[in-house]
Design a protein around this ligand. Structure first.
Ligand code: FES
Length: 169
């Protein structure tokens, strides 16, 4: 089953093959939508909108159902992320410990809003809602590694590290 591509959503041949393989692996499994979406995002970093139709066909769902699930969960991305993903917790404990100032600092430093990627494609900024690290609020993740009691200076260091090709590629 070939994944269709639009101009805005060009997917490499390698990623297309990965998606097609994952869809084939899940198509006969009852209730496979969520596991399949997770598999696709884990594999290529996001769930392209062009996958909705082949997923729907394989799982005998409507495209609207697939779209509804992808857009309901904040976890799923519909656009290719940067080389690194920086998430800032916006839940209650972190909010009470300065997360709003931290997110303003991140947006200013990176010159992006949430769900956007820096022009050098190094970092995608995302909100997240509780990382289970409330005792060490405010918390952030960089590529799924959790950091607690993060100050603006700490965030600057993480951003510098993420942009350094010697440390994280
Ligand atoms: S509220 Fe931020 S880690 Fe729980």
């Amino acid at each position: 089953m070939q994944v269709l591509q639009t101009k805005q959503d060009l997917i490499s041949e390698v990623d297309t093959l990965k998606i097609d393989t994952l869809i084939a692996q899940h198509q006969d499994i009852p209730g496979a939508l969520m596991p399949l979406l997770h598999s696709i995002q884990d594999s290529i970093g996001y769930v392209p909108e062009s996958t909705y139709a082949p997923i729907a066909k394989a799982l005998k769902l409507s495209i609207a159902e697939v779209h509804g699930v992808v857009t309901f969960y904040h976890h799923f991305r519909t656009h290719k992320p940067g080389r690194h993903v920086l998430q800032i917790c916006r839940a209650e404990s972190c909010q009470s410990m300065g997360a709003a100032a931290l997110e303003a600092h991140a947006k200013k430093c990176l010159n992006v809003d949430y769900h956007q990627t820096t022009t050098d494609e190094a970092i995608t900024l995302e909100p997240v809602y509780c990382l289970g690290n409330c005792a060490l609020s405010p918390a952030v993740t960089l590529d799924e590694e959790v950091f607690g009691r993060v100050s603006a200076a700490d965030l600057d260091a993480l951003i510098f590290e993420a942009r350094s090709p010697r440390v994280r590629v």
